[in-house]
Ligand binder design. Structure first.
Ligand code: GAL
Length: 417
């Protein structure tokens, strides 16, 4: 008898364990992302650990390549094979493209329970919602019109932050005279386009809006656009010989290691400086690209949630809820270099660059000078973005004159619209 009870008890425990295991197996998220640099991985770890503390395991699907071009190619293959990941790091118009295809799930239950409508800025909601339904959970707000300057090199040059184009050029000349590479850059289309975002914005808010948001052919083909390309040619003269194909974080490392004067890059670059133990104001300086003070070209990383089997939905919703928690938003963005995707997160834990980022975003939003980043998929769908990338990169590499590039830009955008 005793033996029988024991056996039954063991069997019961086995069943219970089995059920537990299968319940736990469902508490798993497979996440496709391109956060593979040191700073990015450190930020991602905040999310992984947060989910682990809630009993959700993480299956990692990293696809290296800044800006996410390669990740989007891999995603297409996965979905075509009928095997969509649970959650995918995604930018702006790409989210809407997938929503249009009917591939995304629905986060309304958790969004309405937690009141996301009231705290997520409208500029992000236009990409987190489709047809009135929440389809993605915004993690952060980055912006592309930043400059990251080596503080020692800036001090040697007199310590003054350049306020306009001429002062920027004077600073780059000074860096050259110091014997360092003036501009740390990686020659990849998305990095060239990131600089182009800032250069176009520096020629005027209206110019940026008409060119990249409205895609106005007259503006795209204007003398001002030729001037933007001329400025790209000028900046190109300050990069080193080995810039071609270099990853963005290796360019950040050149500034970190005193080999280069500055990098034009979105605020994910700050994540690299922090990871290397560098302090803003002491080791490096963050400032808006000269001539773009008061304006912000933003991009927001969101986790687009794909349609998955019913038993995987609870983990997916739990992940979305975890991402939108104010405590997580602060912890993650402090490491990532971005700012929170909610308006109610205190800036207490952020360094001076983060505090500036939060303030700049709020001010630009209030004054109507907040624009979606062309380079990072928040101004146009991928087809148009890639058409612009192509022209910008060919011009940057000397294959097109400024005049030719201006003409090609009009034609390329027209063809991709
Ligand atoms: C951006 C993304 C950032 C950062 C960067 C470089 O598109 O929004 O989070 O990862 O690419 O990889």
């Amino acid at each position: 008898m005793r033996k029988f009870v024991t056996t039954t008890a063991i069997a019961a425990v086995m069943v219970a364990l089995g059920a537990g295991v299968s319940a736990r197996a469902a508490e798993n998220v497979e996440v496709l992302h391109w956060w593979t640099s040191g700073g990015e991985a450190a930020a991602l770890d905040v999310l992984k650990k947060d989910l682990e503390s809630k009993g959700i395991t993480w299956t990692d699907m990293p696809v290296a390549g800044g800006g996410g071009t390669e990740a989007m190619t891999v995603l297409r293959a996965r979905v075509t094979a009928g095997n969509a990941p649970t959650a995918v790091q995604m930018l702006g118009f790409d989210i809407l493209d997938w929503a249009k295809e009917g591939a995304l799930g629905n986060l309304d239950e958790v969004a309405s329970k937690e009141g996301w409508d009231k705290v997520v800025p409208g500029a992000l909601q236009q990409f987190s919602k489709y047809d009135g339904h929440w389809i993605a959970a915004p993690v952060n707000v980055h912006s592309t019109n930043w400059v990251w300057i080596n503080k020692a090199a800036l001090d040697k040059a007199g310590g003054k932050e350049p306020q306009n184009w001429d002062e920027l050029i004077a600073l780059l000349d000074n860096f050259k005279a110091q014997g360092i590479t003036p501009v740390a850059h990686g020659g990849q289309p998305w990095q060239d386009a990131t600089i182009f975002d800032a250069v176009v914005l520096s020629l005027g808010n209206d110019f940026y809006k008409k060119a990249f948001i409205d895609l106005d052919p007259e503006t795209l083909g204007s003398d001002q656009m030729k001037e933007a390309f001329d400025r790209m040619t000028k900046l190109r003269s300050y990069v080193d010989d080995n810039f071609s194909g270099r990853d963005w974080n290796l360019a950040s490392a050149m500034v970190i290691e005193d080999k280069a004067g500055l990098q034009f890059m979105g605020d994910w670059a700050k994540g690299e400086f922090l990871k290397a133990g560098k302090k803003p104001g002491t080791d490096f300086v963050c400032m808006r690209f000269p001539g773009t003070q008061g304006s912000v070209t933003f991009n927001s990383d969101q986790f687009a949630m794909f349609k998955v089997a019913d038993d995987k939905v609870p983990a997916q919703l739990a992940m979305a809820s975890a991402i939108e928690s104010p405590v997580f938003q602060s912890a993650f963005n402090v490491v990532k270099g971005s700012v929170p995707a909610r308006t109610d997160v205190p800036d207490t834990d952020f360094d001076d660059c983060g505090k500036k980022g939060i303030k700049d975003l709020a001010e630009a939003n209030a004054s109507g000078t907040l624009y979606g980043s062309m380079a990072h998929g928040h101004a146009n769908p991928a087809a148009v973005k890639n058409a612009i990338y192509d022209v910008v990169t060919r011009q940057f590499n000397g294959e097109l004159s400024s005049e030719e590039a201006t003409k090609e830009l009009v034609a390329a955008v027209e063809g991709a619209k």
